[in-house]
Design a protein around this ligand. Structure first.
Ligand code: PEP
Ligand code: MG
Length: 339
């Protein structure tokens, strides 16, 4: 298994790189499995993974338990939350414990935790979730990411996510936890989310809190300078950015061949956001699957001057080698300019 291979690795043979190489990791049970890898932290911890595996309940079903009409959901929630003073503590404590474990395993390196980014059909599958989610024809383009966090439909659920972050950073004291906002469609939306976070005790810049935004919608690239003013950095979500740049459903088998992160149009987007963000003084990383699936893609990213990339643990060594390889070549605008 990959776990066993990590044990057998010759760590001395992994080259050092200037560009940070981080891990995509959200399984708290695996948090300490990769501690020997010379990673620069965790670039993407998907909160959905923790909610699915350690919590299973829709946060709004805990906040609005009294309105819950499904008796079976009530029963399940009663069983899961028995022993907690307040039902919402169940969500907050479990989430905080999972995130703290990942943050502790990497400390003092940064751990970027992404606020929940399920699609509505996925939220609906959580215990008690169906009642609180709209039915959508296109959940991928629907009520997801930043749009939820300030909406009356979910803001109390988002408040629980914020409470968990506060517990890890302020009570447990793991300040290496960084917050990331996914699927942020406009700068107006960015401002609203930052405001709601501040109302929930998470103010960017206060107590060292950094807030990143994902770059995964063409609007994020087009207005990179304006997004960069509002956040500490970007993390390119090449999965969604490819889908939305090429207009290819990332889950469609029929279109799988057309889903290409190395398409010149996608590379243009990546090169462009890195350049614009850097002009505005913001950092840029990438946490989509592109370099994990195609380690040679890391060379293109280095040529663009990217600050970091985050990859699945089993592709870490291959990516690190490609990054080192690219760093030994002279970085010229002309090279990076080639699509
Ligand atoms: C992405 O879109 O590239 C990404 C990392 O987010 P997700 O795959 O969870 O949508
Ligand atoms: Mg995404």
């Amino acid at each position: 298994t990959a776990e066993f291979e990590a044990e057998a690795l010759d760590l001395q043979a992994i080259p050092a790189t200037r560009t940070k190489v981080m891990l995509n990791l959200a399984n708290p049970a695996a948090a300490f499995r990769w501690w020997r890898l010379p990673s620069d932290g965790v670039g993407l911890a998907r909160m959905e993974f923790v909610i699915n595996n350690q919590i299973k309940v829709h946060p709004m079903a805990l906040v609005r338990y009294d309105e819950l009409s499904d008796p079976q959901a009530r029963e399940e929630i009663d069983a899961l939350t028995a022993g907690y003073a307040d039902r919402t503590d169940y969500f907050v404590e479990r989430l905080a414990r999972a995130l703290a474990r990942i943050a502790a395993a990497q400390h003092p390196a940064p751990v970027i935790v992404r606020m929940s980014d399920f699609k509505t059909n996925e939220y609906a599958n959580l215990v008690g979730g169906a009642q609180f989610e709209p039915k959508e024809e296109n959940p991928m383009l629907g009520f997801r990411g930043a749009s939820r966090y300030y909406s009356p439909r979910y803001r109390e659920g988002f408040a629980l996510e914020c409470r968990a972050i506060r517990r890890v950073r302020q009570e447990i004291g793991l300040k290496n936890l960084i917050v990331m906002i996914p699927f942020c469609r406009s700068t107006k939306e960015a401002d609203r989310v930052l405001e709601v976070m501040a109302e929930n005790g998470l103010r960017r810049g206060e107590d060292g809190l950094q807030v990143y935004v994902m770059c995964e919608i063409p609007s994020n690239v087009i207005l990179a300078g304006s997004f960069a003013e509002r956040f500490d950095g970007f993390s390119i979500g090449s999965n969604d950015l490819t889908q939305l740049t090429l207009g290819v459903d990332r889950d469609s088998e029929a279109l799988a061949e057309l889903f290409d992160e190395q398409d010149p149009a996608v590379k243009w987007m990546i090169r462009s956001v890195i350049a614009e963000a850097h002009k505005a003084g913001a950092k840029v990383g990438l946490c989509g699957q592109a370099p994990s699936d195609h380690p040679e893609f890391a060379e293109f990213l280095v040529q663009c001057g990217i600050d970091s990339m985050s990859v699945s643990p089993d592709s870490f060594v291959a990516v690190k080698r490609h990054v080192a390889e690219a760093e030994t070549e002279p970085r010229t605008a002309a090279r990076a300019g080639q699509a």
